[in-house]
Design a binder for this molecule. Structure first.
Ligand code: KG4
Ligand code: ZN
Length: 339
């Protein structure tokens, strides 16, 4: 088969991103315009501001992606775009841009599921990785334990019943005065804290060994902080961060390893913003090594939102013939495996 170049667009949350990816695995460009500084002022992502910023940046980011890859639209075989899940107004900007370019140039359009993109980030730096494998997707909006059966084919083994792992990081970070975005800040200060200083709960979900629940842990941290305040004791920010982080990591590792053992598979990958967490990466690496399981994780820049991962996922959708029509719409609560 001849080489296929995918122009990929991602705008589901607070990053406006475009990339050019060759044959699903080789990144020719990966441009990310982050809005984090802007949203930091408000302590979290403000959807209306996100949409407006995407509109301002999208064309510029797409042009830069093509230029950096030293290609023009004439070289592009398909345009892949995230159409869900995410913030509806933010998604619409990417979807509209992709549809407009596709309509004007007749380049095929491919709608991509955001989580499928996160999982596919693993293909970029691991050219030998092929399904089936188990993947833990932990981001700001999702915590999914997935069996990747084939390209584009997924079985969801478990998911969070309440907060996503990244959401818990963001909320706890705010409570202990670290601000937004919480994940990277907790990761950093935890390095100087004692992860065994405070015993926070490791939540089990009744009826499912794979489902997650993080809201109880978040409440336990808030209760601990309130308790300190009432007793006029100053809490140690670093110890709270490290102990909280350990509670999240323990649960993510335990559920993932149970899924691996049950499946009999010997390949395991992590994905999503939380997959860039250094403690999680180290704990998963150790757990996999103990079980002679091959462990895959994208570089941190490919864990958080980017368009290269959408280009990787879009390539496999494209060669499997999954072309979208011009009725492609933003679907904020799109389920994995649905089209
Ligand atoms: O995948 P992502 O960029 O966007 C979504 O699809 O949600 O994930 C963002 C989430 C945020 O909640 C952020 O706090 C978390 O990933 N995150 C981290 C780290 N870096 C980002 N959480 C823990 N440790 C990190 N180093
Ligand atoms: Zn994401």
């Amino acid at each position: 088969m001849s080489d296929k170049l995918i122009l990929a667009i991602e705008s589901s949350c607070d990053e406006t991103a475009a990339a050019v990816v060759k044959n699903g695995r080789e990144v020719l460009s990966n441009i990310i315009s982050s809005q984090i500084d802007l949203h930091t002022l408000y302590g979290g992502v403000v959807p209306e501001i996100a949409s407006r910023k995407h509109i301002e940046k999208i064309n510029q980011v797409i042009e830069e992606a093509l230029k950096t890859a030293s290609v023009t639209l004439k070289d592009i075989d398909a345009i892949a775009v995230t159409y869900g899940p995410g913030l509806v107004g933010a998604l619409l900007v990417g979807v509209s841009a992709a549809k407009a370019i596709s309509f004007a140039t007749k380049i095929p359009l491919v709608g991509v599921h955001h989580i499928e993109g996160h999982i596919s980030a693993n293909y970029i730096e691991n050219k030998e990785l092929e399904p089936p494998f188990i993947c833990l997707v932990a981001s700001g909006g999702h915590s999914h334990l997935v069996k990747v059966l084939d390209y584009g084919k997924y079985e969801i083994l478990g998911r969070t019943r309440d907060d996503a792992a990244g959401e818990a990081f963001d909320k706890v970070a705010r409570a202990i005065g670290l601000g937004y975005p919480g994940g990277p800040k907790i990761d950093k200060v935890s390095k100087e804290g004692n992860p065994d200083a405070i015993q926070f709960p490791r939540a089990k979900v009744e009826g499912s060994v794979y489902d997650f629940s993080f809201s109880g842990l978040k409440s336990a941290v808030l209760n601990y902080l309130n308790g300190c305040e009432m007793k006029h004791i100053e809490y140690d920010q670093k110890d709270v961060a490290a102990s909280f982080q350990k509670a999240v990591v323990d649960v993510l590792v335990e559920h993932s390893m149970t899924a691996l053992e049950e499946s009999g598979l010997k390949k395991f990958a992590i994905a999503g913003g939380v997959a860039s967490n250094s403690a999680l990466r180290a704990a998963m690496e150790k757990a996999c090594a103990e079980r002679q399981v091959e462990f895959y994780r994208p570089s941190p820049i490919l864990c958080t939102d980017n368009a290269a991962m959408i280009g990787a996922a879009g390539y496999y959708e494209f060669i499997n013939g999954n072309i979208s029509g011009y009725d492609l719409n933003a679907i904020p609560n799109l389920k994995l495996g649905e089209r």
